[in-house]
Ligand binder design. Structure first.
Ligand code: F6P
Length: 320
């Protein structure tokens, strides 16, 4: 039996430890592990190579993904999927593990329906926006990268009398921004999930400035698209000279934290058990209420990831 792994969509820390664990499990079973380079694009273009222990030696601490990734439009055309299937068939690969987000899982589900190639998905995206799972690989590392950046901003902020607006990446999900605001003591938080009130934020900040506040840090989620506007508003309305920092792809880098390495091993070990034993596997491993489970793509597509109401309540005051 031959089994392949690929990483697809935005990379995230934890993908490399996951790849290493995958290769180890497959070799221990006496099967042949393959690495598909460049995600779905590489699957179409036959960039598929057999792996040994050496291929994955010394990668557990590396951020990103050694087999690279892509966002593929071609894969949504049948002819390219057929080409991809032929590439797998030539090598006898009939099972796939994919690390990525819901777009990648959807692609693999279509592939499964076309050709019956079973697959298991492992949620891996810094956005933590996949319905059905509380955790996606890479989130903890991204939070730590953001924390380091905020620590840096705070050093310079404390040396001046200024407002610092930071835009936090996360597509349409405010999870990273919320967690960062809560754990780094931000004064203002703007995320898609909470209605914000600028007048009230202004009154609060002005009052605090009157009582000695010298600087303020405002975190704005990418999905709200108001970072520039808010920076100008801080300057004009709150009366603090203000600067904007857009963290962007810095957040996707960094060596995986201990937690992401552990979660990578657990997600993969759990997922491989199902992939190896279920010929009809077309599922995604999820981590829900501190336990691993499996869901179908239909389930993932049936709803939208929601930040827990407890976290929302704990931080709502930063949006007004
Ligand atoms: O999904 C991960 C992510 O980094 C998002 O946070 C961001 O909106 C998007 O990908 C950026 O995409 P790209 O790397 O294609 O510019």
């Amino acid at each position: 039996m031959a089994i392949a792994i690929m990483t697809s969509g935005g990379d995230s820390a934890g993908m490399n430890p996951a790849i290493k664990k995958f290769v180890k499990i497959v070799l221990e079973r006496g099967e042949v592990p393959y690495l598909i380079y460049d995600g779905l694009e590489g699957l179409i273009d036959d960039n598929i190579h057999e792996a040994t222990h050496e291929t994955v030696a010394g990668i557990v601490h590396l951020g990103g993904t050694i087999i690279r990734s892509s966002r593929s439009k071609r894969f949504f055309e049948y002819d390219y999927r057929k080409q991809a299937f032929d590439n797998l068939q030539r090598r006898g690969i009939d099972k796939l593990m994919v690390l990525g987000g819901d777009g990648s899982f959807k692609a693999l589900d279509i592939f499964y329906k076309d050709f019956g190639v079973s697959f298991i998905g492992v949620p891996a995206t810094i956005d933590n926006d996949i319905h059905g799972t509380d955790y996606c690989l890479g989130v903890d590392t991204a939070l730590n990268v953001i924390r380091t950046a905020i620590d840096g901003i705070r050093d310079t902020a404390a040396s001046f009398k200024r407002g610092f607006v930071m835009e936090i990446m996360g597509r349409d999900c405010g999870y990273l921004t919320l967690m960062s605001a809560m754990t780094n003591g931000a004064e203002v938080m703007i995320i898609p999930e909470i209605k914000y009130d600028l007048e009230s934020i202004k009154a609060r900040l002005k009052n605090e400035i009157k009582n000695g506040r010298r600087y303020a840090v405002a975190l704005v989620a990418e999905g709200v698209k108001v970072a520039q506007e808010l920076t100008e508003w801080m300057q004009k309305e709150v009366g603090m000279e203000s600067r904007l920092t857009v963290l962007g792809h810095v957040q996707r880098g960094g060596n995986p934290t201990v937690y992401d390495r552990r979660m990578a091993f657990e997600f993969v070990a759990f997922g491989m058990e199902k992939l190896l034993n279920d010929a009809q596997c077309h599922h995604v491993v999820v981590y829900k209420d501190a336990d691993f489970d499996f869901v179908t793509i239909d389930f993932i597509n049936s709803g939208k990831y929601e930040i827990s109401p407890e976290l929302i309540e704990l931080t709502r005051h930063l949006s007004r």
